[in-house]
Design a protein. Structure first.
Length: 188
């Protein structure tokens, strides 16, 4: 069973194309073109379901046309329109992951804060404390908002800006953020 931590959102199926069962993927991340997985993961009724693809081609910079296995006609394809599309983190090598175009790939990452109490120290010697795990990334033209879940199951909302980023490890799946003073208190 595929878990939410294993995948990240890359787009949505927006329409059918032709009569062979092709679907159009409007993507925010072209991980499928950089990674090694020969499948996409669709969220169907709350369950992550892998769909192997036979071929794909780019339509433009924001869309690609996919021919999925066992989706052989327009009727089958129409059932998939509107579904969210995910890609497995494990299918990206470190170089491809380092080129991630979308902050959606941060889903499942642990968010750490610099801490003078030395509760955790990474290889660089930066003392950190864990704030939570990213469960959602909402991006608007004005800001990017990370939704975190902490160990107690509580939810935190924090804005993300590249200026806050102190360190990141794509293999270990964490980021260290130096947030402006008082920002966390807005969640109280």
């Amino acid at each position: 069973m595929i878990t939410p931590e294993e995948v990240f959102l890359i787009g949505r199926l927006t329409r059918t194309h032709g009569t062979r069962g092709e679907v159009e993927l409007r993507f925010t991340d072209d991980a499928f073109d950089r990674g090694t997985a020969e499948y996409l993961v669709l969220l169907i009724d709350g369950i992550f379901v892998p769909f192997f693809f036979e071929e794909y081609r780019f339509k433009n910079n924001e869309a690609a046309l996919f021919k999925l296995e066992d989706v052989d006609n327009e009727t089958d394809a129409r059932r998939l329109v509107g579904l969210s599309v995910y890609y497995p983190h494990a299918a990206l090598d470190e170089e491809a992951a380092g080129e991630m175009r979308s902050l959606q790939a941060l889903t499942g990452f642990r968010v750490l804060l610099p801490d003078t109490e030395n509760t955790r120290s990474d290889d660089e010697g930066i003392a950190t404390r864990e704030l939570g795990t990213v469960v959602n990334v909402a991006t608007t033209p004005a800001t990017t908002l990370l939704t975190l879940e902490n160990e107690a199951g509580g939810e935190l909302l924090i804005p993300y800006h590249e200026d806050f980023l102190v360190d990141a490890d794509l293999r270990e799946r964490y980021i260290v953020l130096n947030l402006p003073e008082g920002l966390l208190e807005l969640n109280d």
